[in-house]
Design a protein around this ligand. Structure first.
Ligand SMILES: [Fe+2]
Length: 483
């Protein structure tokens, strides 16, 4: 079928008006992959809006550069996942991914810079390559895993790529020594009653003075009233794993430490709200927590740790504003309370931790424990409540994928203004001469993957060219596009 103006018009209107959405169609069911893909869709949507928002060439090039970096980052994970889980098409897919990043994206950047390619053509290119070809292929490997009964639902963090599904770490003697340092805050070589009391307080464990005295007595073999390293190791390894009837036991303290040291903090299904935008923010928070949890294992410096906490703080701030908007937009009755909680958590609690970490009165493992009880159990627990409220009220929130969606409705599409159409004209009139020549029309169709012969071009020009000068001016284009 020969190409018609109607098709060209539809294609342009589609690019200008319709948000590029991930939806269910491109969901692989691998949490890490899906949250990466969601980010790619956000980039595409940003590029698609470049015309409407009158972004400068520099802003556009910046987004392209970010997209390129992100693709490289994502593809390296994706190759690892496919290889790790034995997908037969792994090598081919990886080759496609690498050549896409190296050649295609790079080409686009160059062409955008010299004006031979237009943002809308890039969006078209991204839709046909990244979305329809590459991400569609990702759905195939996900299908392969499903067909072969390979569970991939637990791959949430980059760290998971080096782990098995039910991975738990093991504590080395060195880790236990670090645990001792957590408690021996003044570095004196022994744990005093005050140090033990501070530890339990930081871990949110209720302990009376009598409890502290009893715990010290149970561990203190040489009777000096404090606990040294070898006494701690002895009591931690020999203590009963059951809870004591008289309050907190060494067995419980041991279990808390082992869990913090060994067990990855996972989002799992339990904290999934079903709102894609929220779930990907939450997934990122779990990655932060896991980063902090590994601070000891990875021997991170205090500076690295405080940097991660600062990033978490900034991330929480932007998440709070997104979450607030969603709760208010959909009329969740607990919105105000929840937002207050979030704001005070970010402003006061995290700030407080940063300072205490810096002064050495708080330890990374204690921060992880606090994050687990506040951020995860209490704040995200509340997230499950509002998700349930929306479900009970039949409010569909599954389409909330991008920050832009917060200002839209479910079935939102843009409408072309005359100014948008004028921009469309500029897309085609590459030399800015005020008319579209046969060569310019041919380049456009080529960029949009619409193969057109010389006869097609001549016919299209003739159909639009009212004054018979052999080219199409703005008025002629608008007339033919609107007809
Ligand atoms: Fe992918």
């Amino acid at each position: 079928m020969a190409i018609t103006w109607l098709e060209i018009n539809n294609l342009f209107r589609n690019l200008l008006n319709e948000p590029v959405r991930m939806g269910e169609k491109y969901r692989t069911g691998i949490p890490l992959v899906d949250s990466h893909h969601a980010q790619v869709f956000i980039f595409i949507e940003e590029i698609r809006q470049a015309i409407r928002q009158k972004q400068t060439q520099e802003q556009l090039m910046q987004t392209m550069a970010k997209l390129e970096d992100f693709c490289g980052y994502h593809f390296s994970f994706e190759s690892k996942i496919m290889t790790k889980l034995g997908y037969p098409g792994a090598d081919d897919h990886t080759k496609t991914l690498v050549s896409f990043t190296n050649r295609v994206l790079n080409n686009w950047k160059t062409s955008l810079a010299n004006g031979t390619l237009h943002p809308l053509e890039v969006v078209y290119g991204l839709k046909t390559t990244v979305v329809d070809a590459i991400i569609a292929e990702d759905v195939k490997y996900a299908q392969y895993f499903a067909d072969n009964g390979i569970d991939v639902s637990w791959i949430e963090t980059p760290q998971d790529l080096d782990r098995g599904k039910d991975y738990v770490g093991t504590s080395t003697p060195e880790d236990l020594k670090e645990t001792f340092k957590v408690v021996d805050r003044d570095g004196g070589g022994t744990i005093s009653p005050e140090e033990l009391a501070l530890l339990l307080k930081n871990l949110n464990v209720k302990a009376s003075d009598a409890d502290i005295a009893r715990l010290i007595k149970e561990a203190d073999q040489d009777g000096d009233g404090e606990i040294d390293y070898s006494e701690l190791i002895t009591i931690m390894t020999n203590s009963s794993q059951t809870s004591s009837q008289d309050g907190i036991s060494w067995g419980e303290i041991n279990n808390i430490f082992k869990a913090l040291l060994n067990e990855p903090v996972r989002m799992g299904e339990k904290y999934r709200t079903g709102i894609p935008l929220i779930d990907s923010l939450h997934a990122q928070i779990f990655i932060f927590i896991e980063d902090i949890r590994q601070a000891i294992h990875n021997k991170q410096t205090k500076e690295q740790l405080i940097e991660t906490i600062a990033k978490l703080e900034a991330f929480c701030q932007s998440s709070v504003s997104i979450e607030s908007k969603i709760l208010t937009k959909f009329g969740y009755p607990g919105a105000d309370d929840h937002i207050q909680n979030l704001t005070s958590f970010t402003k006061r609690v995290i700030e407080d931790w940063k300072q205490k970490l810096a002064n050495g009165v708080l330890h990374p493992l204690e921060v992880v424990q606090a994050l687990k009880t506040t951020m995860v159990d209490s704040i995200m627990g509340e997230g499950m409540k509002y998700a349930k409220y929306f479900a009970d009220k039949g409010i569909d929130v599954s389409w909330l994928e991008t920050p832009q969606d917060l200002d839209r409705n479910k079935d939102y599409t843009d409408t072309c203004s005359d100014e948008d159409l004028k921009e469309t004209f500029k897309v085609v009139d590459r030399d800015g001469g005020g008319t579209i020549s046969p060569a310019e029309l041919s380049l456009l169709l080529n960029n949009l993957n619409l193969g057109a012969s010389e006869e097609d071009i001549a016919r299209l020009i003739k159909e639009a060219d009212q004054d018979g000068d052999g080219e199409i001016d703005y008025g002629e284009l608008i007339t033919i596009m609107k007809s």
